[in-house]
Design a protein around this ligand. Structure first.
Ligand SMILES: Cc1cc2nc3c(=O)[nH]c(=O)nc-3n(C[C@H](O)[C@H](O)[C@H](O)COP(=O)(O)OP(=O)(O)OC[C@H]3O[C@@H](n4cnc5c(N)ncnc54)[C@H](O)[C@@H]3O)c2cc1C
Length: 316
Protein backbone atom coordinates (compact mmCIF):
# COMPACT_ATOMS: atom_id res chain seq x y z
CA UNK A 1 0.00 0.00 0.00
CA UNK A 2 1.19 3.50 -0.88
CA UNK A 3 -0.05 6.30 1.35
CA UNK A 4 0.03 9.77 -0.18
CA UNK A 5 -0.32 12.90 1.94
CA UNK A 6 -1.50 15.99 0.08
CA UNK A 7 -4.05 15.88 -2.76
CA UNK A 8 -2.82 18.98 -4.59
CA UNK A 9 -1.75 18.87 -8.19
CA UNK A 10 1.09 16.33 -7.63
CA UNK A 11 -0.51 14.02 -5.05
CA UNK A 12 -3.88 13.69 -6.78
CA UNK A 13 -2.23 13.04 -10.14
CA UNK A 14 0.07 10.44 -8.62
CA UNK A 15 -2.74 8.67 -6.78
CA UNK A 16 -4.82 8.38 -9.96
CA UNK A 17 -1.82 7.26 -12.03
CA UNK A 18 -1.01 4.54 -9.49
CA UNK A 19 -4.61 3.40 -9.30
CA UNK A 20 -4.96 3.17 -13.11
CA UNK A 21 -1.80 1.08 -13.27
CA UNK A 22 -2.80 -1.48 -10.68
CA UNK A 23 -1.07 -0.17 -7.55
CA UNK A 24 -2.84 0.08 -4.21
CA UNK A 25 -2.75 3.73 -3.20
CA UNK A 26 -4.61 5.89 -0.70
CA UNK A 27 -4.55 9.66 -0.28
CA UNK A 28 -5.22 12.04 2.58
CA UNK A 29 -5.62 15.81 2.52
CA UNK A 30 -6.32 18.20 5.37
CA UNK A 31 -8.84 19.92 3.12
CA UNK A 32 -12.31 18.63 2.35
CA UNK A 33 -12.29 20.32 -1.08
CA UNK A 34 -9.40 21.03 -3.48
CA UNK A 35 -7.43 24.16 -2.78
CA UNK A 36 -8.52 26.86 -5.24
CA UNK A 37 -5.09 28.43 -4.70
CA UNK A 38 -5.35 30.53 -7.85
CA UNK A 39 -2.38 28.91 -9.57
CA UNK A 40 -4.03 29.38 -12.91
CA UNK A 41 -1.06 29.36 -15.29
CA UNK A 42 0.32 26.10 -16.66
CA UNK A 43 3.08 25.09 -19.07
CA UNK A 44 0.57 23.69 -21.54
CA UNK A 45 2.56 21.22 -23.71
CA UNK A 46 4.05 19.33 -20.79
CA UNK A 47 0.90 19.29 -18.67
CA UNK A 48 -1.30 18.21 -21.59
CA UNK A 49 0.91 15.23 -22.31
CA UNK A 50 1.07 14.21 -18.63
CA UNK A 51 -2.67 14.54 -17.98
CA UNK A 52 -3.39 12.52 -21.11
CA UNK A 53 -1.74 9.56 -19.36
CA UNK A 54 -4.59 9.50 -16.81
CA UNK A 55 -7.28 10.13 -19.42
CA UNK A 56 -7.74 13.84 -18.71
CA UNK A 57 -7.99 16.25 -21.61
CA UNK A 58 -6.43 19.49 -20.37
CA UNK A 59 -8.14 21.41 -23.19
CA UNK A 60 -11.46 20.98 -21.40
CA UNK A 61 -10.13 23.08 -18.53
CA UNK A 62 -8.44 25.89 -20.47
CA UNK A 63 -9.86 29.36 -19.76
CA UNK A 64 -7.58 31.43 -21.97
CA UNK A 65 -4.34 31.63 -23.88
CA UNK A 66 -2.97 35.14 -23.32
CA UNK A 67 -1.19 36.61 -26.33
CA UNK A 68 1.46 38.70 -24.64
CA UNK A 69 3.24 39.05 -21.34
CA UNK A 70 3.77 42.70 -20.43
CA UNK A 71 6.33 43.44 -17.74
CA UNK A 72 6.48 46.73 -15.81
CA UNK A 73 4.50 48.22 -18.72
CA UNK A 74 7.78 48.47 -20.65
CA UNK A 75 8.70 45.02 -21.93
CA UNK A 76 6.37 43.04 -24.16
CA UNK A 77 7.05 39.33 -24.70
CA UNK A 78 5.18 36.81 -26.84
CA UNK A 79 3.44 34.12 -24.84
CA UNK A 80 4.25 30.72 -26.27
CA UNK A 81 3.04 28.10 -23.85
CA UNK A 82 1.47 29.55 -20.69
CA UNK A 83 -2.23 28.73 -20.72
CA UNK A 84 -4.68 29.71 -18.04
CA UNK A 85 -6.66 26.74 -16.74
CA UNK A 86 -9.39 26.08 -14.23
CA UNK A 87 -7.22 24.30 -11.73
CA UNK A 88 -9.93 23.89 -9.12
CA UNK A 89 -12.37 22.23 -11.53
CA UNK A 90 -9.65 19.94 -12.84
CA UNK A 91 -8.68 18.91 -9.29
CA UNK A 92 -12.34 18.30 -8.45
CA UNK A 93 -12.55 15.93 -11.40
CA UNK A 94 -9.44 14.01 -10.32
CA UNK A 95 -10.60 13.96 -6.66
CA UNK A 96 -13.90 12.35 -7.65
CA UNK A 97 -12.02 9.10 -8.43
CA UNK A 98 -9.52 9.01 -5.58
CA UNK A 99 -9.38 6.54 -2.72
CA UNK A 100 -9.25 8.83 0.32
CA UNK A 101 -8.02 7.55 3.67
CA UNK A 102 -5.10 7.42 6.06
CA UNK A 103 -3.45 4.31 7.47
CA UNK A 104 -0.46 1.99 7.56
CA UNK A 105 1.57 1.74 4.37
CA UNK A 106 4.82 0.35 2.97
CA UNK A 107 5.61 3.55 1.12
CA UNK A 108 4.66 7.08 2.14
CA UNK A 109 4.60 10.08 -0.20
CA UNK A 110 4.87 13.65 1.05
CA UNK A 111 3.01 15.74 -1.54
CA UNK A 112 1.97 18.43 0.95
CA UNK A 113 3.50 21.32 -1.02
CA UNK A 114 5.06 24.16 0.93
CA UNK A 115 3.87 22.58 4.23
CA UNK A 116 6.18 19.57 3.76
CA UNK A 117 4.30 18.02 6.65
CA UNK A 118 5.82 14.51 6.59
CA UNK A 119 9.47 14.81 5.56
CA UNK A 120 11.97 16.39 7.97
CA UNK A 121 12.11 20.19 7.82
CA UNK A 122 14.54 21.84 5.41
CA UNK A 123 17.47 23.71 6.86
CA UNK A 124 17.36 27.34 5.61
CA UNK A 125 14.02 26.90 3.89
CA UNK A 126 12.87 29.73 1.63
CA UNK A 127 9.16 30.48 1.72
CA UNK A 128 7.60 33.42 -0.13
CA UNK A 129 4.24 34.93 0.73
CA UNK A 130 1.39 35.50 -1.71
CA UNK A 131 -1.89 37.44 -1.79
CA UNK A 132 -4.53 36.99 -4.48
CA UNK A 133 -8.00 38.05 -5.54
CA UNK A 134 -10.43 37.40 -8.38
CA UNK A 135 -12.16 40.46 -9.84
CA UNK A 136 -14.09 41.53 -12.92
CA UNK A 137 -12.20 43.81 -15.35
CA UNK A 138 -12.31 44.65 -19.00
CA UNK A 139 -8.69 44.44 -20.18
CA UNK A 140 -6.96 43.01 -23.25
CA UNK A 141 -6.30 39.30 -22.79
CA UNK A 142 -2.60 39.45 -21.83
CA UNK A 143 -0.62 38.62 -18.72
CA UNK A 144 0.35 41.81 -16.87
CA UNK A 145 3.35 41.70 -14.56
CA UNK A 146 4.86 44.23 -12.16
CA UNK A 147 8.23 42.99 -11.02
CA UNK A 148 10.92 43.94 -8.55
CA UNK A 149 14.02 42.07 -7.45
CA UNK A 150 12.33 40.11 -4.69
CA UNK A 151 8.97 39.29 -6.27
CA UNK A 152 6.25 40.21 -8.71
CA UNK A 153 2.57 40.98 -9.04
CA UNK A 154 0.45 39.51 -11.84
CA UNK A 155 -2.93 39.83 -13.52
CA UNK A 156 -4.12 36.69 -15.37
CA UNK A 157 -7.21 36.60 -17.61
CA UNK A 158 -9.76 33.93 -16.61
CA UNK A 159 -12.27 34.54 -19.37
CA UNK A 160 -14.64 37.16 -17.97
CA UNK A 161 -12.75 37.63 -14.70
CA UNK A 162 -9.17 38.43 -13.67
CA UNK A 163 -6.90 36.81 -11.15
CA UNK A 164 -4.72 39.44 -9.50
CA UNK A 165 -1.99 38.59 -7.05
CA UNK A 166 1.62 38.90 -5.97
CA UNK A 167 4.37 36.99 -4.23
CA UNK A 168 7.27 38.45 -2.30
CA UNK A 169 9.32 38.00 0.85
CA UNK A 170 6.47 39.12 3.15
CA UNK A 171 2.70 39.64 2.87
CA UNK A 172 3.22 43.40 3.26
CA UNK A 173 5.61 43.48 0.31
CA UNK A 174 3.23 41.37 -1.77
CA UNK A 175 0.36 43.80 -1.05
CA UNK A 176 2.62 46.70 -2.00
CA UNK A 177 3.34 44.99 -5.32
CA UNK A 178 -0.35 44.56 -6.08
CA UNK A 179 -0.88 48.26 -5.41
CA UNK A 180 1.96 49.10 -7.80
CA UNK A 181 0.50 46.79 -10.48
CA UNK A 182 -2.87 48.57 -10.20
CA UNK A 183 -1.21 51.97 -10.48
CA UNK A 184 1.01 51.06 -13.45
CA UNK A 185 -1.72 49.37 -15.53
CA UNK A 186 -4.69 51.40 -14.30
CA UNK A 187 -6.40 48.33 -12.81
CA UNK A 188 -8.67 49.83 -10.19
CA UNK A 189 -9.73 47.97 -7.07
CA UNK A 190 -13.06 46.22 -7.58
CA UNK A 191 -15.27 44.16 -5.38
CA UNK A 192 -13.44 40.86 -5.05
CA UNK A 193 -15.09 37.48 -5.65
CA UNK A 194 -12.55 35.93 -3.31
CA UNK A 195 -9.40 36.88 -1.50
CA UNK A 196 -6.77 34.67 0.06
CA UNK A 197 -3.19 34.44 1.18
CA UNK A 198 -0.74 31.68 0.35
CA UNK A 199 2.85 30.55 0.46
CA UNK A 200 5.30 29.11 -2.02
CA UNK A 201 8.64 27.36 -1.55
CA UNK A 202 11.36 29.02 -3.61
CA UNK A 203 14.23 26.54 -3.36
CA UNK A 204 15.45 24.07 -5.98
CA UNK A 205 15.38 20.29 -5.29
CA UNK A 206 19.08 20.09 -4.38
CA UNK A 207 18.37 22.45 -1.45
CA UNK A 208 15.27 20.50 -0.33
CA UNK A 209 17.06 17.47 1.04
CA UNK A 210 16.19 15.01 2.31
CA UNK A 211 14.12 14.18 -0.76
CA UNK A 212 13.80 10.63 0.55
CA UNK A 213 13.80 9.78 4.26
CA UNK A 214 13.34 6.16 5.36
CA UNK A 215 10.19 5.06 3.47
CA UNK A 216 9.00 8.66 2.83
CA UNK A 217 9.37 10.12 -0.67
CA UNK A 218 8.86 13.82 -1.38
CA UNK A 219 6.98 14.74 -4.56
CA UNK A 220 6.21 18.18 -6.01
CA UNK A 221 6.72 21.45 -4.19
CA UNK A 222 7.60 19.67 -0.94
CA UNK A 223 10.97 19.00 -2.62
CA UNK A 224 11.28 22.21 -4.61
CA UNK A 225 9.76 21.38 -8.00
CA UNK A 226 9.03 25.05 -8.68
CA UNK A 227 10.80 27.16 -11.32
CA UNK A 228 12.74 30.33 -10.49
CA UNK A 229 9.64 32.28 -11.55
CA UNK A 230 7.25 30.34 -9.29
CA UNK A 231 5.88 27.91 -11.90
CA UNK A 232 5.16 24.71 -9.99
CA UNK A 233 2.15 23.05 -11.64
CA UNK A 234 3.78 21.20 -14.55
CA UNK A 235 7.05 20.45 -12.68
CA UNK A 236 5.07 18.89 -9.80
CA UNK A 237 3.16 16.69 -12.25
CA UNK A 238 6.44 15.68 -13.90
CA UNK A 239 7.91 14.85 -10.49
CA UNK A 240 4.90 12.64 -9.67
CA UNK A 241 5.40 10.85 -12.97
CA UNK A 242 9.08 10.20 -12.20
CA UNK A 243 8.07 8.69 -8.87
CA UNK A 244 5.57 6.43 -10.63
CA UNK A 245 8.18 5.31 -13.18
CA UNK A 246 10.74 4.47 -10.48
CA UNK A 247 8.11 2.51 -8.57
CA UNK A 248 6.95 0.58 -11.64
CA UNK A 249 10.52 -0.24 -12.62
CA UNK A 250 11.25 -1.29 -9.01
CA UNK A 251 14.01 1.32 -8.94
CA UNK A 252 12.90 3.60 -6.16
CA UNK A 253 16.50 3.85 -5.00
CA UNK A 254 17.12 5.91 -8.15
CA UNK A 255 14.31 8.39 -7.42
CA UNK A 256 16.39 11.20 -5.85
CA UNK A 257 19.03 10.98 -8.58
CA UNK A 258 16.38 11.13 -11.31
CA UNK A 259 14.65 14.13 -9.72
CA UNK A 260 17.92 16.04 -9.51
CA UNK A 261 18.77 15.17 -13.11
CA UNK A 262 15.33 16.11 -14.49
CA UNK A 263 15.16 19.46 -12.73
CA UNK A 264 18.64 20.75 -13.58
CA UNK A 265 16.90 23.73 -15.19
CA UNK A 266 15.17 24.68 -11.93
CA UNK A 267 18.61 24.75 -10.27
CA UNK A 268 19.89 27.13 -12.98
CA UNK A 269 16.86 29.41 -12.65
CA UNK A 270 17.09 29.69 -8.87
CA UNK A 271 20.80 30.43 -9.08
CA UNK A 272 20.00 33.16 -11.61
CA UNK A 273 17.24 34.67 -9.45
CA UNK A 274 19.51 34.66 -6.39
CA UNK A 275 22.28 36.36 -8.36
CA UNK A 276 19.87 39.09 -9.56
CA UNK A 277 18.49 39.59 -6.04
CA UNK A 278 21.95 39.86 -4.52
CA UNK A 279 23.22 42.18 -7.26
CA UNK A 280 25.81 39.64 -8.49
CA UNK A 281 25.63 40.94 -12.04
CA UNK A 282 28.49 38.87 -13.47
CA UNK A 283 26.92 35.56 -12.36
CA UNK A 284 23.47 36.69 -13.52
CA UNK A 285 24.78 37.61 -16.97
CA UNK A 286 26.66 34.33 -17.24
CA UNK A 287 23.49 32.32 -16.51
CA UNK A 288 21.20 34.53 -18.57
CA UNK A 289 21.51 32.79 -22.00
CA UNK A 290 20.64 29.44 -20.39
CA UNK A 291 17.61 30.86 -18.59
CA UNK A 292 16.40 32.57 -21.77
CA UNK A 293 16.74 29.34 -23.71
CA UNK A 294 14.91 27.28 -21.02
CA UNK A 295 11.99 29.68 -20.68
CA UNK A 296 11.66 30.41 -24.42
CA UNK A 297 11.08 26.69 -24.87
CA UNK A 298 8.79 26.06 -21.94
CA UNK A 299 6.84 29.28 -21.47
CA UNK A 300 7.44 32.76 -22.92
CA UNK A 301 9.43 33.79 -26.00
CA UNK A 302 12.28 36.09 -24.89
CA UNK A 303 15.78 37.23 -25.81
CA UNK A 304 18.89 37.97 -23.76
CA UNK A 305 18.34 41.65 -24.56
CA UNK A 306 14.77 41.56 -23.20
CA UNK A 307 15.90 40.11 -19.89
CA UNK A 308 18.91 42.45 -19.63
CA UNK A 309 16.47 45.34 -20.09
CA UNK A 310 14.24 43.81 -17.44
CA UNK A 311 17.10 43.48 -14.94
CA UNK A 312 17.94 47.14 -15.44
CA UNK A 313 14.34 48.00 -14.45
CA UNK A 314 14.48 46.08 -11.16
CA UNK A 315 15.78 48.89 -9.00
CA UNK A 316 13.22 48.88 -6.19
C1 LIG B 1 -0.63 32.25 -5.17
C2 LIG B 1 0.10 31.23 -5.96
C3 LIG B 1 0.03 31.29 -7.34
C4 LIG B 1 0.70 30.34 -8.10
N1 LIG B 1 0.58 30.41 -9.44
C5 LIG B 1 1.13 29.45 -10.20
C6 LIG B 1 0.89 29.45 -11.59
O1 LIG B 1 0.19 30.32 -12.13
N2 LIG B 1 1.46 28.46 -12.31
C7 LIG B 1 2.22 27.48 -11.75
O2 LIG B 1 2.71 26.59 -12.48
N3 LIG B 1 2.44 27.45 -10.43
C8 LIG B 1 1.90 28.40 -9.63
N4 LIG B 1 2.08 28.36 -8.28
C9 LIG B 1 2.85 27.25 -7.71
C10 LIG B 1 2.00 25.99 -7.69
O3 LIG B 1 0.71 26.27 -7.20
C11 LIG B 1 2.64 24.93 -6.77
O4 LIG B 1 4.01 24.85 -6.97
C12 LIG B 1 2.00 23.57 -7.03
O5 LIG B 1 0.63 23.64 -6.70
C13 LIG B 1 2.68 22.52 -6.18
O6 LIG B 1 1.95 21.32 -6.28
P1 LIG B 1 1.96 20.26 -5.08
O7 LIG B 1 0.98 19.23 -5.44
O8 LIG B 1 3.36 19.87 -4.79
O9 LIG B 1 1.45 21.07 -3.82
P2 LIG B 1 0.01 21.75 -3.61
O10 LIG B 1 -0.67 21.93 -4.90
O11 LIG B 1 0.30 22.93 -2.77
O12 LIG B 1 -0.80 20.67 -2.77
C14 LIG B 1 -0.46 20.37 -1.45
C15 LIG B 1 -1.67 19.72 -0.82
O13 LIG B 1 -1.28 19.22 0.48
C16 LIG B 1 -2.31 19.47 1.40
N5 LIG B 1 -1.73 19.42 2.74
C17 LIG B 1 -1.01 20.37 3.39
N6 LIG B 1 -0.63 19.94 4.60
C18 LIG B 1 -1.11 18.65 4.72
C19 LIG B 1 -1.05 17.66 5.73
N7 LIG B 1 -0.43 17.89 6.89
N8 LIG B 1 -1.66 16.47 5.51
C20 LIG B 1 -2.32 16.24 4.35
N9 LIG B 1 -2.42 17.15 3.35
C21 LIG B 1 -1.82 18.34 3.54
C22 LIG B 1 -2.88 20.80 0.97
O14 LIG B 1 -4.18 20.96 1.45
C23 LIG B 1 -2.82 20.68 -0.56
O15 LIG B 1 -4.02 20.15 -1.09
C24 LIG B 1 1.46 29.32 -7.47
C25 LIG B 1 1.54 29.27 -6.09
C26 LIG B 1 0.87 30.22 -5.33
C27 LIG B 1 0.95 30.16 -3.84
Amino acid sequence: MIQIYGAGIAGSYLCELLHQNGFKARIYDVRKKPDCRCAWGIAYDEAKELYKRIGINLDEFILSKPKEVIINNKIVLKNRNVYIFDRKRLLEEVWSNLNFGDGRADIVVDATGHSRAILPKIENDSIYYTVQTVEKHDLDENIYIQMRRTGYAWAFPLGDRWHIGAGDKSYERAIELVEKLREVYGIEEREEECYCKGKIRMLPPSKCRPIVYRNIYGVGESIGCVSGGGEGNAPSLRCAYIFYECLSDEKLEEYEKRVLKEFWWIEVEHEFVRAVQEGRTFTALKLLPKVVSIESKRSIQQSVRDIKNLISLLRW
